[in-house]
Design a protein around this ligand. Structure first.
Ligand code: MRU
Length: 363
């Protein structure tokens, strides 16, 4: 029941976005506080479910796979709050924590996928005593984290051949190490290409209103020495028109059975622009981001966030008081605008229900 305490990482090539520090009985969930980047690489230790819930809701930890890993460890924190002598109390506390964490954010299905896995451990607990159940939950959360590390690297290998040598690649939001355990989905594909010596330039959309592109993607790429140019969201079309972009690649928060893909607000617009300019548009996402229970994107719940994020960028008023605001955090790109989806099982192309189920069924 113990793991090596984590050393805070010095550079972004050695990110530990979410980790567990200490043993199962006394340890903490250690997160990079992403609201502090790029100015400060600092860590937040969550000791209870309430702290972890707050970290997810306020985007201290964000990105679909990272939220799932954090929530899984959150169930361990919750289970532990019941002590570890009474197995029934540990079971109830674990399920209660899981149910609570399900209400933190609605769109990224990885959250629900990870919590389902944790609840299955509770269901299978059988004759385990409280301490053994706690250990089983901790091991499962650790497996979710380790699988993510392996899966992201597999996606990198499957997708790296798409990256155009000498070309420009546009990305939106942050689908890098900060959105996963440590490596990334869409950015993982770029890291794998760069590791092979492919030279290219990344154009990072700033990604209003919360600037994940400017604060996180630009920072990660800079740390890794990959050439990156930051642009405002409204510049993407013009960059394409001027021949600067040969490929678009983004991550995903939930993908329906037909391939319709929810990702950060603005992704749909980028996909429309890519189609208008004849530029391939790729998504990179693990199988855990697919929600095969829904036939298409119209069933994806879209998180609506506080108006303040739009009216007060960086905390300063930038709009008249009392103005009506819309702030959907995600949009849905229809499958027909997606050239291919890179998964750990290989590439889904063309994107249609048959290809989605065939590729995901591969070992
Ligand atoms: O609101 P966020 O920052 O959690 O949104 C994140 C995204 O939209 C990412 O592109 C997505 O989760 C893919 S991360 C590998």
């Amino acid at each position: 029941l113990s793991s090596e305490p984590d050393k805070p990482a010095g550079v972004a090539t050695d990110l530990k976005t979410v980790s567990w520090a200490g043993d199962a009985l006394t340890g903490v969930v250690r997160l990079i506080d992403q609201t502090k980047l790029p100015g400060e690489l600092s860590y937040l230790d969550c000791r209870d479910v309430a702290a972890l819930f707050e970290a997810i809701r306020s985007l201290r930890v964000r990105g679909a796979p990272a939220i799932g890993i954090a929530a899984a460890y959150g169930v361990v924190l919750g289970a532990r709050s019941a002590g570890w002598s009474d197995a029934r109390a540990v079971r109830l506390a674990a399920v209660e924590a899981s149910q609570y964490l399900r209400t933190s954010r609605p769109t990224a299905v990885n959250l629900f996928w990870a919590l389902d896995r944790m609840e299955r451990v509770v269901e299978r607990a059988g004759e385990l005593n409280g301490r053994e159940l706690l250990a089983a939950l901790w091991v499962e959360a650790g497996s979710i984290l380790e699988e993510d590390r392996r899966i992201c690297r597999a996606m990198g290998q499957h997708g790296k051949g798409l990256v155009p040598a000498g070309g420009g690649v546009l990305t939106h939001c942050n689908a890098g190490g900060l959105a996963t355990a440590d490596y990334g989905t869409a950015l993982g594909v770029l890291f794998a290409a760069a590791a092979d010596g492919v030279e290219f330039e990344v154009y990072a959309d700033e990604t209003r209103p919360l600037l994940q592109g400017a604060r996180l993607t630009a920072w990660e790429l800079q740390q890794r020495g990959i050439p990156v140019t930051l642009i405002c969201d409204n510049m993407a079309g013009w960059m394409m028109k001027r021949g600067k972009i040969q490929m678009v690649i983004v991550g995903a928060d939930r993908i329906a059975a037909n391939g319709d893909t929810a990702n950060k607000i603005g992704t749909y617009g980028v996909a429309v622009l890519a189609r208008a300019h004849g530029i391939p548009f790729y998504v990179a996402a693990p199988a855990s981001t697919f929600d095969l229970a829904i036939p298409d994107g119209s069933h994806i719940p879209i998180e609506e966030r506080h108006a303040h994020e739009v009216t007060h960028p960086q905390g300063r008023a930038a709009a008249p008081e009392g103005i009506r605001v819309a702030n959907p955090a995600f949009d849905v790109t229809p499958a027909e605008l997606i050239t291919g989806i890179v998964t750990e099982h290989g590439m889904i192309a063309p994107v249609n229900p048959a290809r989605v189920s065939a590729v995901l069924a591969r070992p």
